[in-house]
Structure formats: C-alpha cells, structure tokens
Design a protein around this ligand. Structure first.
Ligand code: ATP
Length: 269
C-alpha cells in the first residue's frame, strides 16, 4: 500500500500566543501567515513567496508548534508527516508517498505541508553505510522533483523540521526548495520565563512558587521540558490531594524531569 499516513487537520488549535521564547522564529512565521492571507500584497511588488522553510533546532523547542500555528492563524489546512514515514523497505513506495502528499497538497492549496524529521529522508545521498541506499535516494529525488514542480505563489508552503541540518543533502537547500532557514534555539532565561507563563496559565500555583526562580534553575531546558515540568508538578499535587501546586511539587518535578533528560528511567513514586 502506498498511501502515507499523513494527517490532515483543518484546525490545529495552536495560536502564536501558545508559543513563547522564540520571538525571531515567530516573527518570520507571522510573515508567512501574511503571505498566505494576502498573497497579492507580495506579488504586486514582484515578491516570490517561499516554497520551503526549514526549521532547525534541538528537540522540544516548538518547531511543530510553529508549523501548526501558521496553518491555524492563516486558516488553511495542515498536512503533517514524519520523514520516517517515507523510509520504506521496498523500492518506489517512499517516492509514491511523496507524490501522493504533494498531490493532496495541490488539491487543497493554500495549505501547509509539515515534514518532521526531514533528515530521515533528506540525508546526503550516497552517505549511508556501504554507499547509497536506492530506495531512500529515490524518495529524496522525488521530494526534490515535487518541490521544483509547484510554482511559487500557489499557496503550498512546505515546512521541514530537523535537528541535523548538517547531514542534509545540499540539493534540498537550493533556491526554490528549502531556501529559508529558521533557527529555533533552546530558550534563554527570559524565554524560559515566558514559556513557563504560557504553561502555568491554567494551573493554580501556590504563592511560594516563583516562575522567575524556576527559570533560573532550569538552564538547558527546552520548551517541552518546561511544559513537562509543570505538568508533572500538577500531577504530583493531585496525588497529594492538593488544589494548588506548591514549591514542594515543583521541586520534585524538577528532579523527575532532570532524571528524564539525563536518560535515566523515571521511578514510579
Ligand atoms: P521535536 O524536534 O522533538 O519534534 P519540536 O521542536 O517540534 O520537537 P514541539 O513538538 O513543538 O517541539 O513541542 C513539544 C511541546 O513542548 C509542545 O506541545 C509544547 O507544549 C511545549 N513547547 C515546546 N516549545 C515551546 C515554546 N517555545 N513555547 C511554548 N511551549 C513549547
């Protein structure tokens, strides 16, 4: 069967206000929303709307959130697929899936196509163990062909995400393909404060909890780690039959999340 398991979501439910601490990336993406909403504003002055944008950054920094937010804010369909879905054992299947995806996108333009872990399919050709991998190379070639095949300003914007831009095939980054790169870094202290604020919104925090202090204590945490931290604290509060989350639960949650980051299995209670 050649159909990829890509998802189509009419409404991702994510807004730019759900994403914090990545202001530059957000600004770039707000511009993409404006391309999608008012393409004439750009075409009248001869501007070409980018076809492909590559989001580069470590895991859990909000890359998927950003892609979902553009679709939602521009009110266009969101197609999402993991690069690994294209990597198949059998020759031709991956390429057929890529064709399929782009056909669906063209039928639903304007829309956003999100390819997570694009490195799974976009690794440099001929770089595999024991030389080339025919199936993967065919798939990558198909992706390049599809990106070349649709015209700018047709409203299909492909967003790729990776934390390994260094291993991508250079052909993917050429003009007319993923020619825009947006870097999303781990948040700094102020970024962590604003991310914590987003995720604390629906959580009753005790008076002894300071988000500023929490941000000071969590260098190296990604947005996903911070979200996870507050969620763990909320679960602990429930376990202790409390109606607010106090410093005690937050401290315990920090230890758990750090344990998780360090790759040690988390203990149950
Ligand atoms: P991966 O590379 O692992 O796919 P990603 O960069 O795509 O990671 P997301 O899936 O966007 O990361 O983030 C995971 C979760 O972490 C989000 O659903 C959100 O709860 C939280 N999160 C991550 N970054 C941010 C951020 N900048 N602001 C607010 N929440 C964030």
């Amino acid at each position: 069967k050649s159909t990829a398991r890509f998802e189509r979501r009419p409404d991702t439910g994510i807004n730019f206000s759900d994403i914090a601490g990545v202001d530059e990336a957000k600004a770039e993406f707000e511009e993409i929303v404006s391309f999608l909403k008012e393409p004439e504003k750009y075409t009248v002055v001869g501007a070409k709307i980018p076809k492909g944008i590559l989001l580069v950054g470590p895991p859990g920094t909000g890359k998927t959130l950003l892609a979902k937010a553009i679709a939602n804010e521009a009110d266009v369909p969101f197609f999402s697929v993991a690069g690994s879905e294209f990597v198949e054992m059998f020759i031709g299947i991956g390429a057929a899936r890529v064709r399929d995806l782009f056909q669906k996108a063209a039928e639903n333009a304007p829309c956003i196509v999100f390819i997570d872990e694009i490195d799974a399919v976009g690794r440099e050709r001929g770089a595999g163990v024991g030389g080339g991998n025919d199936e993967r190379e065919q798939t990558l070639n198909q992706l390049l062909t599809e990106m070349d095949g649709f015209k700018e300003n047709k409203g299909v914007i492909v967003v790729g995400a990776t934390n390994r831009v260094d291993i991508l095939d250079a052909a993917l980054l050429r003009p007319g393909r993923f020619d825009r790169q947006v870097t999303v870094n781990l948040p700094d202290r102020l970024g962590r404060i604003s991310i914590l604020k987003v995720h604390a919104k629906n959580k009753p925090l005790g008076e002894d909890v300071s988000l500023v202090q929490l941000a000071n204590r969590t260098p190296g945490f990604s947005g996903a780690d911070l979200a996870n931290l507050l969620n763990e604290a909320a679960i602990l509060a429930t376990r202790y039959k409390k109606t607010t989350i106090s410093k005690n639960e937050v401290n315990e949650a920090i230890d758990r999340v750090i344990g998780g980051i360090a790759g040690t299995p988390m203990e149950d209670s």
